[in-house]
Design a binder for this molecule. Structure first.
Ligand code: SF4
Ligand code: SF4
Length: 124
């Protein structure tokens, strides 16, 4: 597993330290409800090990709602995004294996075979 960068772990540490485990952010977040009892425990574990399952950061929607409702405006989404970026960098810039189908989808969606102009002109 990838060990997260110092910059990412600084973001993780802020949440591990400051979160009061009030769970306000969890009320409407199915992702957090699925992965933890509360963000404090989750981020404390990540900080202790320096890593997490890749599925964790890639499951956050990065919607930012947690920050809006958090009394401390903690930026969980920003931390999960930083973890994703570390994982992509450590994978030579490629998506995770589980996300290869997305890479292929993007490649073929932009392929000239599928993006030719169709101006709808009539033949004379
Ligand atoms: S940014 Fe992630 S953790 Fe925060 S509310 Fe959205 S899905 Fe949940
Ligand atoms: S709302 Fe903020 S302080 Fe409360 S559990 Fe969520 S991240 Fe922690």
């Amino acid at each position: 597993m990838t060990t997260y960068s110092e910059e990412t772990l600084d973001l993780v540490q802020k949440i591990a330290t400051e979160c009061t485990a009030c769970q306000r952010c969890m009320k409407d977040c199915l992702f957090l409800q699925s992965f933890c009892e509360n963000p404090k425990d989750l981020f404390t574990t990540i900080l202790a090990t320096g890593e997490s399952e890749p599925l964790l950061p890639f499951s956050c929607l990065l919607c930012g709602r947690c920050t809006v409702v958090c009394p401390l405006q903690l930026k969980l989404g920003e931390s999960f995004l930083a973890m994703r970026q570390d994982l992509v960098k450590s994978n030579q810039g490629r998506p995770l294996k589980a996300l290869r189908s997305v890479e292929l989808h993007q490649f073929f969606s932009c392929h000239r075979f599928f993006t030719g102009d169709n101006r709808g002109g009539r033949k004379q």
